[in-house]
Each structure stands twice: as structure tokens, then as C-alpha cells.
Design a protein around this ligand. Structure first.
Ligand code: C5P
Length: 400
């Protein structure tokens, strides 16, 4: 509830992305904020006042000259009683009118009457966004202190693929939290690399060897770090998981690909290697290996690069490097030896013997091993392990 006591005036412009703002309202309420919404005339073409008021648990304000609204909450109070004004989606038209200082509807009048900080989340067709008129308006609003969140690149409702998508609700929420409750975002401005999932090592064009890693722990860590404000680069092996909100994900298959993607993400402030990287790679047969009588195929194995050990060395070594040790016996002793061997700062050691059900499961029991000693955490869900680790990373990075 990082936004408890914070009051947000949310102006919903007219664009197809307005539906995403309903999710934003939900997230803001979950974070403890009070959300008052102004729905512009064109905004009401895309989402209904009923949805907005149901989610915000407040009346929705739509008219500049409304006796009901004025009796309840005049537009001056509406603009003054806010810690932050957020416009999402901020359309080209709404931003043009705001830049000009027009006050021809409730939204623009409140923008003019407000002294609260302003955040704009633009969404529009890519050509409209790139147009010099829009760019000039955005630049002018930014110069006057407005914070611009997004737009993102990707598929647009008009069928084009370009810059113009509304930033994801989670990214807008993160920007709001960073603005209103900066201490809740101790990792703001930090770049963190996370590896997750298995790697897949090809034997021939159709076969591979891999392992049972689900990627759940690494993905949970990426999400927990992003929640604390970090810019997270997640390098993921083949897994069946959704990308956590606000995380930049690169999908790879082999250990060699994973190392290349990790190198491309440098420099970073911290690296968390949660991937279950295959120790060996095969010399890949150029064609599908054939069954021939009783003969077994001959596979020549080579050592894979050790990504954790590689990241722990060199000029671009992150300030904090964390590895995992999945062990089935003498967990702590093996993990301590691994920490020394790989040159990382911390090792999170866990017992993955079959009876523990860690692989693919939701629970994890880990020991944090650093230069000082061993800290044993209670049995926690993977999400809780991730949250704890993210807090520890934040504390370590703020101490440096
Ligand atoms: O040596 P072992 O595989 O047990 O070490 C586990 C730790 O090392 C994990 O953090 C894992 O992500 C990392 N690792 C790696 N590259 C490898 C093997 C392991 O980054 N080739």
C-alpha cells in the first residue's frame, strides 16, 4: 500500500487505450491511492462512466458546467486536491490544447487550474506521435515540468506497428510510485540483469537436451526488482511464463546465446543468475541423426561457458553478482565452495532433492551465503524469496 494517503486526479482521454486505464485505476486503488477521474467526452466513447466509477469507487467527473459536479466538488477543488494529475491516454488533441493553455472542457480547465505535478501517458497513431506539431507540444509540456511516460513501440489499434502504444499500466504505476513515494522505489535508476529458466542445447536440427527448470524463481526475482523500481533485463531460456510487467525480456535457447545476451546487457549494477544453464553442449550434427541398426549415436560434448563466473570477472563486473546453487546434498558446504570458485558475491543455495519439489514447484527454502556467513531463510514461496532478495539487493546497492 505504497500510495496510501496519496490523491490522484486521473484524466482519461479519448483513445482505444483507455481500456488499459481501467487496469491502472485498479492498481492505484490496490496501492492505497484515492483516484478521482475526469472522463473526457471522447474518453467516454471508449470506456463507460460506470466502469470508471465502479473501479475508482468515486463519482466520475465529465462536465465543466454540471450542477451536480459543482455541488459535490467544483473543478477548482478537483484540481487542487490532488498530489498528482495523470493524463492517460494523453491524446494528441488533449496535449495540443493543454500546451496552448485552452480551457474549453473540464479536463483542460482542471489542467490549467492545477498546481500539482503533471504526468502524461501519450497514446496515438505513430504518425500523429511523430508529427512535429505533437512533438513540439510534448516538448513544451515537458519544459513546463510535465513528466512523459511512454509511449511504447508495438502493435497499434490502427494495424500499424510503431511508437504510439500507451505505456503498460504497471509502468505508469511505477512512474507514479516513483514520483509520489520515492522511498518505495529504492532501486530506481539501477539496471539489473537476471537470467532465468533452462537452456536448450541442440544435438541435431530436431533434438536437444535441457533440464526441468521452470524459470519461476528467476521471473519472480525480475518482477520483484522491477517493483522496487529497477530497470530489469531478463534473459530467459525456453519457459512457459508471461513477462513480468515493466521488465525487458530477451529469449534465448543455448548457453552460448545466454552469455551473448548477458554481455549485450552490460553494464549493469547487479546480476542475478537464476538460470539453470546446461553444463555441456553437444557438437551439433548438421543433419538429423539417423537410427542405423543397433548402433548408438556418438555425441561429442563440450563445456558450456559459465555465465555466472564470466560475469563475476572482467572490467564490466557488476557491483553485485548473485548466483544460485541447486544442490541435493551438503547444500551449504557445496554452495560456499561454489561462491569462491565462481567469484560471485552471494550464493542463494537451495536443496533441490526430489522430495523437496523445488523444480517446477512454488516453494523454496534457501540459504543466503555471502562473505560474512550463512543466513538461512524460512520455507517461503518463490515470490517471497524474490521479494526478500530484491530488498537485500536494494540495501546492498544503496550502501555502495
Ligand atoms: O555450477 P552450478 O551450475 O551449480 O552453479 C549454479 C549457478 O551458476 C547458478 O547461479 C547458475 O545460473 C550459474 N551458472 C551459469 N552458467 C553455467 C552454469 C551455472 O551462469 N554454465
Amino acid at each position: 500500500m505504497v500510495l496510501t494517503g496519496k490523491r490522484i486526479l486521473l484524466i482519461i482521454g479519448g483513445g482505444i487505450a483507455a481500456y488499459k486505464v481501467l487496469i491502472l485505476i485498479r492498481r492505484l486503488r490496490d496501492s492505497g491511492a484515492t483516484v478521482r477521474c475526469i472522463l473526457t467526452k471522447s474518453g467516454a466513447e471508449f470506456v463507460t462512466p460506470l466502469s470508471v466509477s465502479a473501479l475508482s469507487e468515486q463519482p466520475v467527473y465529465q462536465e465543466l458546467f454540471s450542477l451536480t459536479d459543482e455541488a459535490e466538488m467544483g473543478h477548482i477543488r478537483l484540481s487542487r486536491e490532488a498530489d498528482l494529475v495523470v493524463v492517460a491516454p494523453a491524446t494528441a488533441n488533449l496535449m495540443a490544447r493543454a500546451a496552448q493553455g485552452l480551457a474549453d472542457d473540464l479536463a483542460t480547465t482542471c489542467l490549467l487550474a492545477s498546481s500539482a505535478p503533471l504526468m502524461l501517458a501519450p497514446a496515438m497513431n505513430g504518425y500523429m506521435w511523430a508529427h512535429p506539431a505533437t512533438q513540439a507540444n510534448v516538448a513544451q509540456l515537458a519544459e513546463r515540468g510535465a513528466q512523459i511516460v511512454g509511449p511504447d513501440a508495438g502493435d497499434l489499434a490502427c494495424g500499424e506497428v510503431s511508437l504510439g502504444r500507451l505505456a503498460e499500466p504497471e509502468a505508469i504505476l511505477a512512474a507514479i510510485v516513483e514520483r509520489l513515494a520515492p522511498t518505495a522505489m529504492p532501486l530506481a535508476g539501477k539496471r539489473i540483469l537476471v537470467t532465468a529458466g533452462p537452456t536448450r542445447e541442440a544435438l541435431d536440427p530436431v533434438r536437444y537436451v535441457s533440464n526441468h527448470s521452470s524459470g519461476k524463481q528467476g521471473f519472480a526475482i525480475a518482477e520483484a526488482l522491477a517493483t522496487l523500481g529497477a530497470q530489469v533485463a531478463l534473459v530467459a531460456g525456453p519457459v512457459n511464463l508471461a513477462t513480468p510487467p515493466g521488465v525487458d525480456r530477451v529469449d534465448i535457447e543455448s548457453a552460448d546465446d545466454m552469455l551473448a545476451a548477458c554481455r549485450a546487457a552490460l553494464p549493469v549494477d547487479a546480476a542475478i543468475c537464476a538460470a539453470a544453464v546446461a553444463d555441456w553442449k553437444a557438437e551439433i550434427a548438421p543433419q538429423k541423426m539417423k537410427k542405423s541398426g543397433d548402433g548408438l549415436p556418438v555425441i561429442t560434448w563440450q563445456q558450456n561457458p559459465d555465465i555466472l563466473a564470466t560475469l563475476s570477472q572482467g572490467a564490466q563486473r557488476p557491483g553485485l553478482v548473485v548466483g544460485f546453487a541447486a544442490e541435493t546434498q551438503t547444500v551449504i558446504a557445496h554452495a560456499q565452495a561454489k561462491r569462491a570458485r565462481k567469484g560471485c558475491d552471494w550464493i542463494l543455495a537451495n536443496d533441490v532433492s526430489a522430495e523437496r519439489g523445488v523444480f517446477g514447484g512454488d516453494a523454496n527454502q534457501v540459504h543466503l551465503i555471502d562473505g560474512e556467513g550463512v543466513e538461512t531463510w524460512p520455507q517461503l514461496s518463490k515470490t517471497e524469496v524474490a521479494a526478500r532478495l530484491a530488498e537485500r539487493v536494494a540495501a546492498a546497492l544503496s550502501a555502495t
